[in-house]
Design a protein around this ligand. Sequence first.
Ligand SMILES: *Cc1c(COP(=O)(O)O)cnc(C)c1O
Length: 444
Amino acid sequence: MDSPLVPVATMQHDNNSEDRSFGFETRMLHAGHIPDATTGSRAVPIYQTTSYVFESADNAAQLFDLKQYGNIYTRINNPTTAVFEERMASLEGGAGAVATASGMAAQLTAMMTLLEPGDEVVASQHLYGGTRTQFVHTFRKLGIKAHFVDPDDFDAWEAAITPSTRVLYGEIIGNPQGSVLDVGRLAVLAKAHYLPLVVDNTFATPYLCCPLSFGANVVLHSATKFLGGHGNSIGGVIVESGEFDYSHYRAIAAPSASYHNLRFYDTFGHHAFLMKARMETLRDTGACLSPFNAFLLVQGLETLALRMQRHVDNAMAVASFLQNHPKVDWVAYPGLAGSPYHALAREYLPKGAGSVFSFGLFAPQGKARALGKAFIEALSLFSHLANVGDARSLVIHPASTTHQQLSDEELNESGVGPGMVRLSVGLETLDDLLWDLDQALHVI
Ligand SMILES: *Cc1c(COP(=O)(O)O)cnc(C)c1O
């Protein structure tokens, strides 16, 4: 069911371009934007406004009643943010998108749209730390329970599904393990149990992998990372395929008490999830993206393919260099032939396995933490900070920062050894990156 009230990704110009399917690079530059009719502005304008003048009293009433789709208030929609949303929908191959204030907000918005108190989620245990915390603690306040399973163990996925399960959740590339999610196989399992599969595609971006094309139903991102790409804006986005049949999915199909008993599925068909995420969840949580950040994220998208190719080329070379270095114990990069995830990486990430990965320093018993710290201090090009996906190369030593409260034993248990270092390989001259790592490894 197609609703005329919902905007469609705008790719058409005046000629017969509607029949043509444009390439990734063309869409990253043009999708979702037509030059401004009044000013001719070629760049996407920043609509720094909270609200929009209604054409008439009737028009206002129609907008509020969702009889007509249009701008009301920037917490719900904004023309600059809409370009980012439609461009992301086009790049991921989805039916539409909803932008959010951050990656954490994207997860919460997607999950609050799909879940109700008493529902359960089965998630991969290879998750971003903040995601795990959100799923355990914030979800508990909402009456939602998360179960975590080894993503490679399909018996465990199956066994964790109960009659209350409503969502399966995973990350395309997990850290620090460097694991690759078998999205296609998980999608088959999800479908068999009538569950939407939600995939965090932050580390791959649609340039390296489009999980919707392998059967995932919802893809979300911390746009803070590679999509923005320059380490200057926090943002997030949710893209949906429009292909999951929500006709019997309670949270979407049942009358919504907070929208005068609107039935989102009956009214909006395959746009029901996105409409509910925007008109209800985003409206109520207020976790919207600012137009200025949307503009910066659109700037990032315009060079996404070029940056990602360079990120993965540099990452592969850095990983190979480290693997052959006598002071390095192990490297968890799925692009390396020796990785247990290499076959999955070739299947799902044929252009490259991302540019965030971990490695371990060789260290005598009890010395790993100090060595890791000394290594970080000796680096000069890599910036020591808590982020990934910047154009610049980044490094962090979890044992002396994010995980410093844990003992060596606890660190090993959580898969973050005391000598583990995480890199986010940037776009610098490769030789300079190798030089910096080599000199820092010599210092220790
Ligand atoms: C950073 C990150 C998040 C959280 O995103 P924010 O934009 O920081 O809120 C979620 N998932 C992954 C994989 C991330 O790297």
